[in-house]
Each structure stands twice: as structure tokens, then as C-alpha cells.
Ligand binder design. Structure first.
Ligand code: FAD
Length: 318
């Protein structure tokens, strides 16, 4: 079933969903099953699985020169999605990115997903690789998420890259895209970012999932701005609890978001990470309760390998 159909079926009730990461290469599926076994009691209608582009590693050789190798540290997104659907009967949403894919490889990936019965996709651009200062697409790859949305939409209309395919079977993907209540860091300003988000929806995206935020006012303003701009699709808040003092710097550096003053000062006063976790959990519970009371379609938790913390929060919210 499509993500948007789950929202329609819920008739205004707030759903709970999760995002998980594939294990590091060399890890097995059991870790994924252990995570999901512990979260299934919340009956998530869908689970997102992130996609990780290959990174370049530089190894120093005896000659002193550096050898460049490409490695994908977390492969397996599509296989994990298929395994989730098979084992739990829950819809899986693979993230699909522009980075690392030519348009032909994108088409082939979408054909695989379609044949596996996976008809949800979160369409993203992906970030710059480590050691690159900006996003570099593949030759003949997409530059922005909107191009990926357009390609999926074409396939939904039975149009494949090979123009000689005149009666191609239409796919039926439900397309999600990313939204940024605090602006994507490359955008000139919030208004421009909003227009790019609107363009993704106009191109065929069916719903938006937000970057994490810690101040609900920013989410509510983002939703209001979207509605004013004519973006009428569901906007799912993405949530992540803070659990370590080091995240006070690491999260803004990686995700380009601000922490509210009260949360920062409470965490600064915490004597250790156990105390930080307690504050982070309570903050996330309050955030979740307020969002639920406001009638958001879904609370979408970024587990980032810490299902126990997320579980504690969801137990207090439902
Ligand atoms: P885009 O929509 O392409 O936007 C990128 C930038 O370009 C923005 O500044 C935008 O305003 C600007 N822009 C858009 N269109 C145009 C245009 N036509 N002309 C000029 N500028 C334009 N990354 C991963 O690698 N794997 C994942 O699994 C993953 N999951 C994510 C899940 C969520 C919910 C979110 C919010 C992010 C996720 N990311 C993931 C990170 C994401 O790939 C990065 O934030 C990336 O930098 C931008 O992706 P996007 O899809 O928003 O890109």
C-alpha cells in the first residue's frame, strides 16, 4: 500500500513510522530484525530504509602516494526493504538518491523495486561525498531530486528511457521528497528553498518528510508557508532525540539545524550522557505530543541505530 493511502486510511489519526539504516558492510540482517522486532508493537504502516552512496577512501602506499578506492559502507537498501515486507507485511520505503546513479541505473533500480512489489520511494538528491565540497552527479545522472521525481513520474505514465518502448507497463510509485523547516543549507534563503520544494511536488511528489527539527514552531511555520505557497500534500515531521552532549555540535554541523535555547541550556547543565539522554527523551516526548495534538499525519522517527531510545519515546506518546 502507498504511504499516502496509509494516511487516508488513518482518517486523521497520527501514525508512527521509523527510518532505519542498513548495517555496515559485513553486518547481517539479524541486527535489522532485532531493531524492527522491538518496534513492531507500534504497528508502523511503513518503514523507511536509507540509501548510502559510495565514499572515496584514500590509503597511503609505501611509495608515499595515496591510492583512491571507492567503497559503499552501507549497501543493501533494496534487499532490506524486500525482507521487511516479506517478514512483517509492513510497507518499506527505500530511499533512492541521484548521487552515484546514471539515469539508466535509476531506471533499472526502479524496475527492480516495481518487480519486488515495492511501490513507495523517497526521492532525494543525496549529499556531497566526503572530501568533495559540493554534490557531483554521475555523468548522465540527475543533478536535483526534482529530476528523479520527474523520471519516476514518467515511469508511472508508462514512459521508459528507451523511446522505442511504446506500450511500457506503468509503474505505480508513491513518491516522497525531503523538506527543510530550517532551510536546506545550500539554498539562498527560505523562500527560494520553499519554491524548490513546491517544484518537486508540482513535478509529482505525493508527500514531504522533513529534516529533523527540535523546535515545533519551525515545523508549524514550514507547514503554514507550504500551504500558502500552494503545497497541499501531507508533510510528515521527522524526529530525532538528542542523547549525547557531543550532538550539540555534531547535529548542527551535519544537518544544519538550530537547537532551541532551553534545550541547549538544559543539556549544558547535564552532568553526563545519561542525564543528556533523559533530557533528550523528555524533549522528544513533548515535541511528539504537541505534534500529535496538532493532527500531523505521522510521527516519523530517525532511529539511527538507537531503537531503545525511540521506543521509550513512542511508548510515552501513544
Ligand atoms: P534537492 O531537492 O535536489 O535540493 C538540494 C539543493 O538544491 C537545495 O538547496 C535546493 O533548494 C536546491 N535546488 C533544488 N532544485 C533546484 C534547482 N532546480 N536549481 C537550483 N537549485 C535547486 N541522503 C542520502 O544520501 N541518503 C538518504 O537515505 C537520505 N535520506 C534523507 C531523508 C530525509 C527525510 C531528508 C530530509 C534527507 C535525507 N538525505 C539522505 C539527505 C539529502 O540527500 C540531503 O539533504 C541533500 O543535500 C539534499 O537532498 P534533496 O533531496 O533535498 O535535494
Amino acid at each position: 500500500m502507498k504511504v499516502t493511502e496509509h494516511f487516508e486510511k488513518a482518517k486523521g489519526e497520527t501514525l508512527i513510522s521509523f527510518e532505519i539504516l542498513p548495517p555496515l558492510k559485513g553486518g547481517g540482517m539479524q541486527a535489522i530484525f532485532n531493531t524492527l522486532d522491538s518496534l513492531m508493537e507500534f504497528k508502523p504502516p511503513f518503514v523507511d530504509v536509507t540509501y548510502h552512496r559510495e565514499e572515496f577512501l584514500y590509503k597511503k602506499r609505501p611509495s608515499g602516494y595515496y591510492e583512491k578506492t571507492a567503497i559503499r559502507k552501507r549497501p543493501g537498501t533494496v534487499g532490506i526493504c524486500a525482507a521487511i515486507m516479506h517478514r512483517y507485511g509492513v510497507d518499506a520505503v527505500p530511499h533512492l538518491i541521484c548521487g552515484g546513479f546514471s539515469i539508466e541505473e535509476t531506471e533499472n533500480a526502479l524496475i527492480d523495486l516495481n518487480f519486488l512489489g515495492i511501490n513507495n520511494v523517497l526521492a532525494l538528491r543525496g549529499d556531497a561525498r566526503q572530501f568533495e565540497d559540493r554534490f557531483v552527479p554521475e555523468d548522465n545522472g540527475h543533478h536535483h531530486a526534482i529530476d528523479l521525481v520527474r523520471q519516476i513520474e514518467e515511469m508511472n505514465n508508462g514512459k521508459y528511457l528507451d523511446a522505442s518502448i511504446t506500450n511500457g507497463e506503468p509503474t505505480d510509485f508513491c513518491i516522497g521528497v525531503a523538506g527543510y523547516p530550517e532551510k536546506h543549507f545550500e539554498s539562498p534563503n527560505l523562500a527560494a528553498d520553499l519554491q524548490f520544494t513546491k517544484a518537486k511536488v508540482d513535478a509529482g511528489a505525493h508527500y514531504i518528510v522533513t529534516q529533523m527539527f527540535f523546535d515545533n514552531k519551525k515545523y508549524f511555520k514550514f507547514v503554514a508557508d507550504c500551504r500558502e505557497a500552494g503545497i497541499n500534500v501531507p508533510i510528515v515531521p521527522g524526529l530525532k532525540p538528542i542523547t549525547k552532549k557531543s550532538q550539540l555540535n555534531a547535529i548542527p554541523r551535519k544537518f544544519f539545524i538550530d537547537f532551541p535555547d532551553t534545550l541547549v541550556s538544559e543539556i549544558m547543565k547535564a552532568k553526563d550522557d545519561q542525564a543528556v539522554r533523559q533530557i533528550g527523551v523528555e524533549w522528544s516526548i513533548e515535541q511528539s505530543k504537541e505534534l500529535k495534538a496538532a493532527g500531523v499525519p505521522c510521527l516519523h522517527y530517525y532511529t539511527m541505530g538507537d531503537n531503545n531510545t525511540v521506543k521509550t519515546i513512542v511508548q510515552a506518546v501513544i
